[in-house]
Ligand binder design. Structure first.
Ligand SMILES: [Zn+2]
Ligand SMILES: [Zn+2]
Length: 136
């Protein structure tokens, strides 16, 4: 029988959660592991992965930009949109509400054949450090 974390997190899970919520750059699992290791040197990468998975399931954090080589995690679980730099790949929060009419979303979901749960708008472009010419 699979044991699940209860609302009261154990100290390892709490350390991982603090790390994710303490950063605003959507860290990857590996980055979280590196940060957690500084305070909890005994924790292995596998347990960090497992805890992250549990925290997502419990709704403490969100998984964003899921891809093979990097899962990123977001300590902000309220609905918000993201901007991605096409050059360096940095993932930024969009600080304003992007309003998409719900009927447009419903239509799009219908066309895709999914039942609409949530949505996210992704902006792609160059971040400030990539759009400024590199002056060495
Ligand atoms: Zn960039
Ligand atoms: Zn975010």
């Amino acid at each position: 029988m699979q044991t699940k974390l209860k609302t009261k997190l154990n100290s390892n899970a709490q350390a991982v959660l603090d790390t994710v919520q303490g950063t605003h750059n959507h860290p990857t699992a590996l980055e979280i592991y590196e940060a957690v290791k500084r305070v909890r040197s005994h924790m292995g990468l596998a347990s960090v992965y497992r805890i992250l998975h549990n925290l997502v399931e419990l709704g403490y954090i969100k998984e964003v930009g899921r891809s093979e080589e990097c899962n990123r995690y977001d300590g902000n679980v309220s609905r918000h949109d993201h901007a991605v730099c096409t050059n360096c790949g940095v993932l930024l929060d969009v600080p304003v509400e992007v309003n998409v009419p719900s009927e447009v979303l419903e239509q799009a979901a219908l066309a895709a054949g999914i039942e609409l749960g949530s949505y996210e708008v992704r902006l792609y472009g160059l971040c400030p450090s990539c759009s400024t010419p590199n002056n060495s």
